[in-house]
Write a new protein. Structure first.
Length: 276
């Protein structure tokens, strides 16, 4: 074994949903390992994505940031073309975009369901469909999808039911594409976290928007509420804590690098032992 196999020097990566939280952590982790990284998100108005791109550049890597709605095939096609024009190739694709809905799957309306699946399933499929031909021409590539322990186990919690359904779809999408793309030396894997630290709690953005004729009030969310929102707590995780962004990024670097050259079709649980 050689530690150089974990290096991503010279690799070109595309991270979808890199504005904050795990997406940001993955993008920075790949850059620290040596990759040039293109970062995208549907929201760039906040300036967060530009800051991530700047942090990557400060490491001495090349980076671009792009506003992309991955539920739009036209926007995905344009994104891939822009990244190829900038980098010349795409060695690593990381699908990290996430859409949440806190209602029970039984209480969702059709519009909410469409939004969930447009990002969490259709969006992942579109990006793979557009990047895979480029990787085929290159003769290699690594695709890494973000699923969840929620996609591997049924949940009674109202917020996890709909999320579990779409994340289980991503897990199977990963396995299917590993079979389709394996003959082209393209590896397809997924990372399944349990609880991970975050900068912004899912749904906080909606809380920040003032209602008509009402003052803006941002609710403070305790750590315990965060645990409860994901229907589990440290007592259900053998390691007894949430994962850090760095710990998640380490898993991504492994799957993106030559150190995992014989790993494909795998759902890598990075969950503190939750699924044990």
């Amino acid at each position: 074994m050689s530690l150089s196999e974990f290096s991503l020097n010279g690799k070109k990566a595309l991270v979808i949903g890199a504005r904050r939280n795990m997406g940001k952590g993955f993008a920075l982790g790949l850059a620290e390992a040596g990759a040039d990284v293109a970062v995208t998100d549907v929201n760039i108005e906040s300036g967060q994505l530009e800051k991530v791109s700047k942090q990557i550049q400060d490491m001495g890597r090349n980076s671009i940031c792009l506003k992309v709605d991955i539920s739009s095939q036209d926007e995905v096609k344009t994104m891939v073309r822009q990244v190829e024009d900038k980098f010349g190739r795409i060695d690593i694709l990381m699908n990290v975009a996430v859409m949440y809905h806190m209602n029970s799957v039984q209480d969702l309306d059709a519009e909410s369901w469409d939004k969930l699946t447009d990002v969490n399933l259709k969006g992942y499929w579109l990006t793979i469909q557009e990047v895979a031909p480029l990787m085929k021409k290159q003769g290699s590539g690594s695709i890494i999808n973000l699923t969840s322990r929620g996609g591997l186990k049924a949940h009674a919690d109202k917020a996890m039911g709909n999320y579990a359904i779409v994340k289980s779809g991503i897990a199977m999408m990963t396995r299917q594409y590993s079979r389709y793309l394996g003959p082209y030396n393209i590896r397809v894997n997924a990372i399944a976290p349990s609880l991970v630290e975050w900068e912004e709690f899912p749904g906080q953005e909606e809380n920040k928007k003032p209602q008509e004729n009402q003052p803006s009030v941002q609710k403070e969310i305790s750590e315990q509420e965060k645990f409860e929102a994901w229907s589990t707590g440290p007592q259900n995780i053998p390691l007894g804590r949430v994962a850090t962004f760095n710990e998640m990024a380490n898993a991504a670097v492994f799957l993106a690098s030559d150190a995992s050259s014989y790993v494909t079709g795998t759902i890598l649980n990075v969950d503190g032992g939750y699924m044990a």
